[in-house]
Design a binder for this molecule. Sequence first.
Ligand code: URP
Ligand code: ZN
Ligand code: ZN
Length: 455
Amino acid sequence: MDLIIKNGTIISPTETYQADIAVKDGVIVAIGKDFTEEGATVIEASGKLVLPGAIDVHTHLAMPFGGTVSADGYLSGTRAAACGGVTTVFDYPVQRKGKTILGLIDEKKAICEQEACVDYAFHCCITDLNDGEILEEMEKAVAEGITSFKCFMVYKKEGMMVDDGTFSKLLMRAKEIGAMINVHAENPDLIDLNIAKFKEEGKLSPWYHYMSRPEFVEAEADKRAIHWAKNLEASLYIVHMADKEGLEAAIEAKKDGHDIYVETCPQYLEFTNEVYKREDGRNFVCSPPMKGKESQDALWKALRTGGIDTVATDHCPFQSYEKDWGKEDFTKIPNGCAGVENLYPYILAAANSGKISFNKAVELCASNPAKIFGCSQKGSITVGKDADLVIYDKDKDFTVSVNTMHSDYDHTIWEGKEFHGYPVMTFSRGQLVFEEGEFVGKPGWGKFVKRASKK
Ligand code: URP
Ligand code: ZN
Ligand code: ZN
């Protein structure tokens, strides 16, 4: 053993118990009592919780978008992840039209080999089938451990949208090769119609970002995506679910036995559309937008009752000056917000206050993401799995400030939020990468996570 974590309270999705954890070569080798070994680093964790590292299955690092590039690259984004107890990130490289996806993945892997501070995986966003060439490439990507692909039902003018025909081809192909299709569901035509109308009327404040994409705009697309998946008997993962009606449709489909998964994000659990009335409303502009209280309540209910499978961040920050492009016109605001460092602290603070259990928090942020996306080495504190571990102090108070975050952005929608309870240490494969507010890892430490297909 080279690391022993002693006397902590271990949290699994189903159990809470006190034990020691022994780690060798980055892997959990034993869970038991009274471990000692000469030369091993010993961490005393009595009075603390020991949790599996979170898996943030939704980030956009160094992503060209909205006329710029998201403000966190692979180094700063994964550094921030480590400092928030996230030990694996799943990024979303976007296929450039007419280009291959395997080339894109190789490019991203080469950057991550130098920069990633925690482990990483990719879901590849497909924007163009290239006359079917991409359908062939998908199988090779699966063999390389990239077993999920994303399509956008929106972002038409950005050249990222796929039509229903392409979407259905992707669902069918994914089914053949044991992969998953992730979808961003909003109706692009309704959005365009609303935007044109608001522009004509001179209604350009951030509130009209919400008004151009209200609840039914997301719900319509959720239902359409679910309809396709059901009828093609394909797996579907709906990203960043924010509306009640779409959520209910997904829950119904799950009950009927369809292989449908739902993700939501902390921003939809914490904020409502009221934020778009604020002076700094532009900083909260992301898509889908925050919705009304009824949707928010439905999301919380579904978290508790199993209707939502994962919580991930959609981390896609932009600098203040970039958000300011839309001060006078919401359509010019780059869409996206920060979150990777706040995900686990936010959900764990919700557990600490009794809103959900700690076991549920672990299920949503670690074990379900690992299961759904085929990360056999990750997601729980189990002998044989990677020692991706977080030590959590239930009594530590923490107030979020951009100055104490570890990203490269200059503002955060989480500014001033108070958490009772906070991670004090993060281990990535047994290596300490975060301790008491400081990043202590190193770029290039993170490894590519090769995932299993559904076959
Ligand atoms: O506003 C967002 N969510 N930006 C990132 C891209 C996406 O839609 O996930
Ligand atoms: Zn999206
Ligand atoms: Zn996203």
